[in-house]
Ligand binder design. Structure first.
Ligand SMILES: Nc1ncnc2c1ncn2[C@@H]1O[C@H](COP(=O)(O)OP(=O)(O)OP(=O)(O)O)[C@@H](O)[C@H]1O
Ligand SMILES: [Mg+2]
Length: 321
């Protein structure tokens, strides 16, 4: 499969009143056309920063200190004006956690579709898109304002608006976190099915590891501004390699051992992302040794995965290559 997205050595920080806060550190990743990548990791590790910089949506405080992003071979960070508008309108689309923050509260759903599709056949296209996400009652939905829809209906409308123009990449940042548990799977089903139909790649950010492992081809685990493991989903779910990923999975409900006690991950992530050399997880890691604090562990191949840990050989009894 050809690469669609290529992120190389990306370092991003946010300007605050008196200093820079690091959010991503030397992050590299490729995404193939049509591939579904899931990203997991504790709050503050940089997931949303990573997803927003792909659309050049960092906001005025965001600073790209280093690195490149190419999309279909084009340099995203150099986009501006019409080129940036066209990229955001045609190549990528976003679905965020809260549909009410995405939709314009002052306009009906119909008016918001109309703004997206300039063609005279906008109404028919909107009706078809709504049917695609299970909203067949378009006579009610199109004239409704967002607050007149349930959260699930509003998120379906957002998905329809995101996919109607057949983007090459859909970025879903916790797309089901604000929805009732009962409809999360159906929303994920329709998102992934529609993306597969149009050949769109996807990046799904979620705290829900079972969801991520069900729907994704690969899983990227972030910790303190870096990917510490990137692995095929089916391998990850049966045997994560990085100690943080192992601890994260072991703390998932359903992973209780014979004593029926769920393991918790001791400690908390660093309050701010440090650039000091050494593995950021070392303080919480049961496998740490003195060299763990010496330098940044690079992502190295380990079976079908890439893992950033210098203790892999000792932990798993195999040498990383
Ligand atoms: N606008 C901002 N100004 C200053 N710091 C920011 C800003 N946005 C994010 N950060 C900081 O950047 C780091 C990464 O934040 P980010 O929102 O990307 O994390 P996240 O993994 O998406 O977290 P969550 O799971 O809570 O959504 C955090 O330390 C956060 O406090
Ligand atoms: Mg986030």
């Amino acid at each position: 499969m050809r690469d669609l997205l290529n992120v190389e050595s990306l370092t991003i920080s946010y300007r605050t009143r008196d200093h820079l806060v690091t959010a991503l550190l030397e992050v590299s990743l490729t995404l193939a056309q049509g591939e579904i990548l899931g990203i997991i990791g504790e709050s503050g590790c940089g997931k949303s920063t990573f997803s927003s910089v792909i659309g050049k949506l960092l906001g005025p405080a965001g600073v790209v200190e280093n690195g490149h992003i190419t999309f279909g071979g084009k340099d995203v960070l150099s986009f501006s004006g019409q080129e940036l508008r066209s990229y955001r309108a045609n190549d990528i689309a976003y679905v965020f956690q809260d549909p009410m923050n995405t939709l314009d509260p002052t306009k009906t759903i119909g008016a918001q579709f109309r703004r997206l599709i300039s063609a005279s056949a906008w109404r028919q296209k909107a009706i078809e898109a709504l049917a695609h996400v299970g909203l067949t009652d378009w006579r009610r939905v199109l004239p409704s304002y967002p607050h007149q829809l349930s959260g699930g209906m509003a998120q379906r409308a957002v998905i329809a608006m995101a996919l109607i123009r057949k983007p090459r990449l859909l970025i879903a940042d916790e797309p089901t976190a604000a929805l009732d548990a009962s409809i999360r799977c159906s929303v994920m089903d329709l998102l992934t099915a529609w993306c597969a139909e149009i050949g769109s790649a996807m990046i799904i950010i979620s705290h829900d590891i079972p969801v991520i492992s069900n729907y994704c081809d690969r899983i990227g685990v972030m910790y303190a501004g870096r990917f510490v493991e990137i692995a095929p989903a089916e391998d990850f779910i049966v045997g994560p390699r990085h100690p943080y990923a192992m601890a994260l999975l072991a703390s998932e409900p359903g992973q209780e051992g014979e004593d029926a006690v769920l393991q918790s991950l001791e400690g908390s992530p660093p309050p701010s992302i440090s650039r000091a050399p050494g593995c950021a997880f070392a303080d919480r890691c049961i496998y740490r040794t003195a060299p763990c604090s010496a330098g940044f562990p690079p992502l190295v191949a380990c079976g079908s995965s890439k893992v950033a840990c210098i203790r892999l050989g000792d932990i798993h009894g195999e040498a990383a290559s």
